[in-house]
Design a protein around this ligand. Structure first.
Ligand code: NDP
Length: 317
């Protein structure tokens, strides 16, 4: 094999809880996994601060630290963790070919576990991204971070099912929730709209867009604009949630795998199998519903067990 070409039994793409959990199981099953971290080593959890809902951490854990621990755990069993970005795949044959960093490296693999996750969409405002990166009260996950805003006033942007669900979740914890809807109607299902409208502490601001998130080191407010009247006002809030959708990181697999309308990889229900033999999926790349670290870890385990059984049936040891 040429210098940049290498064959592995199990290749894992992605380094969130799904990828690392798959690696822990695959390594312990002696599959000698190679894991490529992708552009955001550690995945979405590196964008959050405290993780309080992952079982086993009674005092909670900081998201980036948790990912370092997961990586160490995968490496303890000799997972080969590498930096690199998958730029092309070829899933035609029984052996799958994966190109890293535009051809710098070519991996052929008997089994591939895709754990590339999804990325939250952001508004793109300078103030929003700065406060998000500083861990200063901007979040794309109410279930993860809502708890820190108990009794406080917060805002959430979006008008789909996720925004409606997260607004109701926040309303149970927070004093007041402003829901910023950019049009004069919501996209969410009728049932979800009714639920939101029936909660007394949710105020829906239709035709409103965010001009700026206010605050130096933490959120102190949001400047919003009524696009129907042009009027601007400031909301006094300490938390700013964005729920305008996620994009699964699956573009590179599109020519080969069955994806749903939003680009999530379709798995065979109850398994981590995809439509291509020997290619498995775990975590948010296939899940637009639960999207939790613990569910991603669970499906990472499933993918590794499915891969192990697949290889055993093929007589690959
Ligand atoms: P959606 O794409 O359905 O909704 C995104 C929302 O964000 C839309 O209301 C959109 O506004 C708004 N938005 C997008 N960009 C901006 C922006 N720049 N500024 C302000 N608002 C913006 O994403 P969801 O995450 O809500 O849902 C994804 C899928 O998952 C859907 O199919 C949904 O039904 C499903 N889902 C189902 C649940 C359930 O059944 N319990 C729970 C959660 C999700 P606009 O409407 O104007 O385009």
């Amino acid at each position: 094999m040429s210098e940049n070409k290498e064959h592995v039994k199990c290749l894992i793409i992605g380094s969130g809880p799904a990828g690392y959990t798959a690696a822990i199981y695959a390594a312990r099953a002696d599959l000698k996994p190679v894991l490529y971290q992708g552009l955001q080593p550690g995945g979405q959890l590196t964008e959050t601060t405290e993780v309080d809902n992952f079982p086993g951490y009674p005092e909670g854990i900081n998201g980036p630290q948790m990912m370092i621990d997961l990586q160490k755990q995968a490496e303890r069993f000799d997972t080969d963790v590498r930096t690199g970005w998958v730029t092309r795949v070829d899933f035609t044959g029984p052996v799958h070919e994966v190109e890293i960093d535009n051809g710098k490296h070519i991996i052929t693999a008997d089994s591939v576990i895709i754990a590339t996750g999804a990325s939250a969409k952001w508004l793109g405002l300078e103030s929003e991204l700065r406060l998000r990166d500083a861990g200063g009260g901007v979040s794309a996950c109410a279930v993860c971070d809502g708890f820190f805003y108990r009794g406080q006033d917060v805002a959430i942007v979006g008008a789909g099912d996720t925004a409606a669900e997260e607004a109701s979740y926040l309303a149970k914890l927070c004093n007041k929730v402003y829901m910023l809807v950019r049009r004069d109607e919501m996209r969410a299902s009728k049932a979800m709209q009714t639920r939101v409208m029936n909660m007394e502490n949710i105020e829906i601001l239709f035709n409103h867009e965010t001009v700026e998130v206010l605050g130096e080191h933490g959120v102190e407010g949001a400047k919003v604009k009524n696009t129907a009247t042009g009027e601007e006002r400031e909301l006094k809030i300490t938390g700013f949630f964005v729920a305008i959708g996620h994009k699964p990181n699956t573009d590179v697999f599109k020519p080969w795998l069955d994806l749903d309308g939003q680009g999530y990889i379709k798995n065979v229900p109850g398994t981590a199998k995809t439509n291509v033999e020997g290619v498995f999926v775990a975590g948010d790349a296939a899940d637009h519903v639960y999207r939790q670290a613990v569910t991603a870890a669970g499906t990472g385990c499933m993918a590794a067990l499915d891969a192990e059984r697949y290889l055993a049936n093929k007589g690959i040891h």
